[in-house]
Ligand binder design. Structure first.
Ligand code: SF4
Length: 220
C-alpha cells in the first residue's frame, strides 16, 4: 500500500511536528523496566490500565519473578494477587504465564528480536511488539496506541482508524530513524496535552500545524 496523500508538504509538516515535540517533551517510555522481559510483562499489565499504576505493581513483581521460567511456573493465585490492582488480572496472569512458557519452549527463555516472532507470542500484540523493538532492542518501532490514533488524526497525518493501517501509512511517511520518537512524542502529547475530550490547545506548540485547531477555533 502506498498512501497517495504523502506529499512533500505532508512529509515536511510531519518533520516539523516531530522537531517541535522533541523540544517540548522528554521522549521516553513511561513504563519502568530493566530487561526486555520486564517490559513485555509491564506492557501486558498496561492494557486497560495506566502506566503509573503498572509502575506501582512491577517492583514487587519483578523481584519475585525474574525469568521466563519463573513466570511459566508461577503459582496462578500468587501471580494474580500481585497484579490485581491493574484490572483484568486473571486474563493478564494467564497471558504472562503463557508468555513465559512460550519463551521457554521456542526461544530459550529470551524474547525474540523481530516483529514477526514477537507477535506470535501469547499476550503480545502488534503494539507491544513494536514497543519491545523500540524500547527494549533499540530498533525502529511504530507503537500505535489510542493516543497515537487520535493525535495523528487531529494533526491531519492520517484519516485511518485501524492501528495497523496507521502503522503502514507512517512507515511510508517517516524515515525509520524517526519511528520510535514519533511514537513517544505523539503518545505523550496525547496523554498530557491533546486530551481526548478537551485538548489543551492553549498549551500546544502545534496549533499552526493542526487542522483540528483550525476547524474548531471556538473551542479553544
Ligand atoms: S492544537 Fe489542539 S487539537 Fe491540535 S494537536 Fe495541539 S492540542 Fe491537539
Amino acid at each position: 500500500m502506498t498512501p497517495q496523500h504523502h506529499t512533500p508538504q505532508l512529509r515536511h509538516r510531519a518533520t516539523e511536528i516531530l522537531d517541535r515535540l522533541r523540544r517540548h517533551i522528554e521522549l521516553r517510555c513511561e513504563l519502568d523496566f530493566t530487561t526486555p522481559l520486564e517490559l513485555a510483562v509491564a506492557a501486558i499489565l498496561a492494557a486497560q490500565c495506566t502506566d503509573k499504576r503498572v509502575n506501582t505493581v512491577t517492583p514487587a513483581l519483578f523481584k519475585k519473578y525474574r525469568t521466563a521460567h519463573d513466570y511459566a511456573n508461577a503459582e496462578p493465585t500468587e501471580l494474580e494477587t500481585l497484579i490485581q490492582s491493574t484490572g483484568f488480572f486473571r486474563n493478564k496472569a494467564k497471558s504472562i504465564r503463557a508468555l513465559g512458557a512460550a519463551l521457554l519452549q521456542h526461544h530459550n527463555g529470551e524474547l525474540p528480536r523481530t516483529l514477526d516472532a514477537l507477535i506470535k507470542l501469547p499476550g503480545i500484540g502488534r503494539k507491544t511488539a513494536n514497543l519491545l523493538l523500540a524500547d527494549a532492542f533499540g530498533q525502529p518501532g511504530l507503537i500505535i496506541d489510542t493516543h497515537q490514533i487520535r493525535v495523528n488524526q487531529r494533526l491531519g497525518i492520517t484519516q485511518q482508524t485501524d492501528p495497523t493501517k496507521i502503522e503502514i501509512e507512517l512507515r511510508d511517511l517517516l524515515p525509520p530513524a524517526d519511528w520510535t520518537d514519533w511514537s513517544h512524542a505523539l503518545t505523550l502529547h496525547g496523554r498530557y496535552t491533546c486530551l481526548a475530550r478537551k485538548p489543551l490547545c492553549a498549551q500546544c506548540p502545534l496549533t499552526d500545524l493542526c487542522p483540528y485547531f483550525a476547524a474548531h477555533p471556538l473551542r479553544h
